[in-house]
Design a protein around this ligand. Structure first.
Ligand code: PLP
Length: 656
């Protein structure tokens, strides 16, 4: 790749992006302040107009009472202390912050969230949130559209999305739904429901496609709706008693000796929330099987051979997880190949859910989406970048529509406040199986309409009480910036271009410091996350390289004991582990860095390699207005730091 970035010089300034954030310097303070004051007043008027005949409960004179004044003073003192302490926070808003997966907050989202807070809606159900539950379901539809899922609530199948506290809970919800859907046909068989066309044996019942399971569930609901009340009650109870959610894993599998607890296949790069999810579900971490990767992207051959192994041994699979933007490396799994592998093993009787963990990369889908909801062709997207997206990445995003469910984190690339994660499933009808009260029999025989049914979303979600303010923030942000390439897509487009510039600059940096250190980008970036590995010249020992990297990472770390301003940049780090990466990959990277490969010793950190990790989310990294390029500044800083650390350390003697 060439060192210069031909694209960015010709890119016109984007004034919409200028209006999106409070800004690194608080540039849009007047706008935010006006909005906050205006809507605080509006809220107060709302209170006053509720029952204007009610006299004020707090007299104006109360504010002059010594107790009141003393209390106010105490509030102020504590708030001042909090405000002072918070100034030691990580400066997420700054283009000098390239550490974790966060940046400045979208101003419309922030304003909507603050505006909603004093109303304090609780999105557990419409009783507690008459307004914001609807918004949450609409956010689900907005995200479904972005992913290419069906999103018209008038026609089945239609997707359903809801918010969660974050990606961790969304992933857990995916596991719950997949298990419910897998085990339900087995329960129907066990209950011996008449008139329905049931699978011939338990293995087949446990290996229906998602679509076939949902069809069976729908047929059962219809049948139940046709029964007289007494029969309906009887059959419903009978099926309920056979469900895995009722029996628990032990009794369910004891009752079905043909079956054993199913596996979850996920790439080695998968986030640790998957381990949490399997523990929470009671399946146990042992059922989570790591699939090998190539260049930190799931290896379809490894997946295929794992699936064939399962089919041969009649080992069922609950789910295959594909990661769209790995947390540590930003790499994107070949989702199309995962779907193809499932097609491959279907004739062998194996079927499972395909879930995409797009907690990090989900919003990148906006750059692939037209305003009318259609997918943009490869060449059209590619024309906007130097190298992004590879045909493989375009294919991965195009394949999203064929998956069963997706996790997306609005509090990551959605630029919204924590905690806003989201779970979206392709066909909402499956959600009936998660309902806390078994009310998947509707009053009468017709199901309630979509919006009405999901107003009690809390019945379907792992969480109970939930902030309606988060739903309001996401809804308003997505209304102001619709999730297609011409609107929201401006944000990822800008940062993806900055990533290309960063990547090119990293290669130049490698040349600039060649006299002092070996430098490499271990994985070509698939999204706006770039890692960098360094080894001082003359050193062959990974432990020495790691000590050096620890010192470098220290310079980039938040340190509350020092003034924030003493830091030039904020970054993050990660570790390459041989058992995760595979020996070939490890050898490739160690070779490029002139390090000796150490035989990996289980339980010891020998053979590990610490590297830098940069998350490039800030929209103002390359500022053509001020002429400041933070990418250049960062690499200048890195070069200075490397020189300084080498001069200080005993390594200096090793450097030629
Ligand atoms: C961040 C992340 C998660 C976890 O999300 P939280 O919002 O932190 O709970 C899961 N998967 C991936 C790929 C992530 O990047």
């Amino acid at each position: 790749m060439s060192a210069a970035h031909p694209m960015t010089e010709t890119v016109p300034h984007d004034y919409v992006v200028d209006a999106c954030f409070l800004g690194p310097y608080g540039e849009n303070d007047t706008l935010l302040e006006k909005l906050l004051v205006e809507f605080l007043r509006d809220h107060v008027y709302w209170r006053r107009n509720f029952h204007p005949e009610d006299p004020p409960a707090i007299a104006t004179s109360a504010a002059r009472h010594p107790d009141f004044c003393a209390f106010e003073a105490r509030v102020r003192r504590e708030l001042h202390q909090l405000s002072a302490a918070l100034k030691k926070s990580a400066p997420f808003h700054s283009p000098r912050y390239i550490g974790h997966m966060t940046s400045d907050l979208l101003l419309p989202g922030l304003a909507a969230q603050i505006l909603t807070l004093p109303f304090n809606p609780n999105n557990v159900s419409e009783d507690a949130a008459p307004v914001t539950v609807d918004l949450e379901i609409k956010v689900g539809l907005q995200l479904a559209r972005m992913l290419g899922y069906p999103h018209d609530p008038q026609t089945d199948p239609c997707a359903l999305g809801h918010l969660t506290s974050g990606g961790t809970v969304a992933n857990y919800q995916a596991l719950r739904l997949a298990l419910a859907l897998k085990a339900f046909p087995v329960a129907l068989r066990a209950a011996d429901v008449p008139d329905l066309e049931l699978p011939p044996d338990d293995w087949t019942a446990f290996n229906l496609s998602t679509t076939a399971s949902i069809e069976l569930l729908t047929a059962w609901q219809r049948w139940l709706g046709e029964q007289a009340p007494v029969e309906r009650h009887y059959w419903r109870a009978r099926v309920e008693a056979e469900r895995i959610e009722q029996l628990g894993l032990t009794d369910f599998f004891a009752a079905h000796p043909q079956l054993s607890p199913p596996l979850v296949l996920a790439p080695v790069t998968a986030h640790y929330s998957w381990s949490k999810g399997l523990k929470l579900l009671g399946l146990g971490r042992h059922q989570l099987k790591a699939v090998a990767t190539k260049g930190m992207r799931m290896d379809p051959d490894a997946l295929r051979s794992a699936l064939h192994h399962c089919a041969r041994h009649r080992q069922s699979v609950l789910m295959c997880v594909a990661v769209l933007g790995s947390t540590e490396y930003g790499t994107i799994d070949p989702i199309d190949a995962v779907l193809a592998a499932r097609e491959d093993v279907r004739p062998l009787g194996l079927d499972f859910t395909v879930h995409v963990d797009a907690a990090w990369g989900g919003y990148l889908a906006t750059v692939f989406r037209n305003a009318d909801g259609s997918l943009r062709p490869y060449h059209e997207v590619a024309a906007e970048y130097v190298e992004f997206p590879s045909p493989e990445i375009h294919a991965a995003f195009a394949a999203l529509s064929g998956t069963d469910s997706v996790t997306v984190d609005p509090h990551k690339l959605g630029y919204l406040p924590y905690g806003a994660g989201a779970f979206i499933c392709r066909d909402h009808r499956a959600m009936a199986l998660l309902a806390e009260q078994a009310d998947y029999v509707f009053h009468g025989s017709e199901p309630a309409d979509y919006m009405t049914r999901y107003r009690s979303i809390g019945k379907y979600t792992p969480e109970g009480s939930k902030p309606g303010a988060a739903a309001a923030a996401a809804y308003v942000a997505h209304q102001v910036l619709p999730l297609d390439h011409s609107q929201f897509g401006r944000l990822p487009r800008g940062t993806l271009r900055a990533t290309e510039e960063f990547y090119a600059r990293a290669q130049r940096f490698a040349i600039d410091v060649a006299d002092m250190a070996h430098v490499m980008v271990p994985f070509t970036p698939d999204s706006n996350l770039v890692c960098l590995a360094l080894n001082p010249h003359g050193n062959r020992d990974a432990r020495v390289a790691n000590t050096f990297m620890a010192a470098l990472q220290n310079l980039l770390k938040c340190d509350p004991s020092h003034p924030l301003q003493a830091k030039e940049f904020f970054g993050s780090g990660t570790i390459l582990r041989p058992h995760v990466l595979g020996l070939d990959e490890m050898a490739r990277i160690f070779d490029a860095l002139s390090l000796d490969v150490v035989p990996a010793d289980q339980g010891s950190e020998d053979g590990y390699l610490h590297i830098l990790r940069h998350t490039l989310m800030n929209p103002y990294l390359v500022n053509r207005e001020s002429g400041v390029n933070y990418i250049d500044l960062y690499f200048d800083f890195l070069e200075r730091s490397v020189r300084m650390l080498l001069a200080q350390s005993s390594l200096a003697s090793d450097v030629a």
